[in-house]
Design a protein around this ligand. Sequence first.
Ligand SMILES: [Zn+2]
Ligand SMILES: [Zn+2]
Length: 125
Amino acid sequence: MIEEHITSTDDFSDILFEEYQQEQQQQLEESIAQYETLQALASKPLVICAKCHQSPYAPSPLHPGIYQCASCQHQIQSKTFDAVCYTLERHAADCPGSVGLGVDASDPSYLLGMCPTCDLWELFY
Ligand SMILES: [Zn+2]
Ligand SMILES: [Zn+2]
């Protein structure tokens, strides 16, 4: 009887230990994912909100694939964000001016990028 009891306690602590390990592993994966998100953000230019010009767009924690302004909650699709990033990077390589972003008056989900220095005019949607 006593031996059985000990065995079952060992099994139980094994299970606890496995759960603990899985939890640790999960936490590790989560922090790696967070780190990768930060790294991905760090390698991209900041895209300041086209609507309020207060905060940069950041990935929305609630809506995957959406980037959101922390100040006015303006949202853009990640493909729009990527297109803006691409244009900003390409533009910075051959123009000293800076691209001003704005929201298209007819549809606020469209962003306009304009640079007066090189006459850039681009619509992102
Ligand atoms: Zn904003
Ligand atoms: Zn320019």
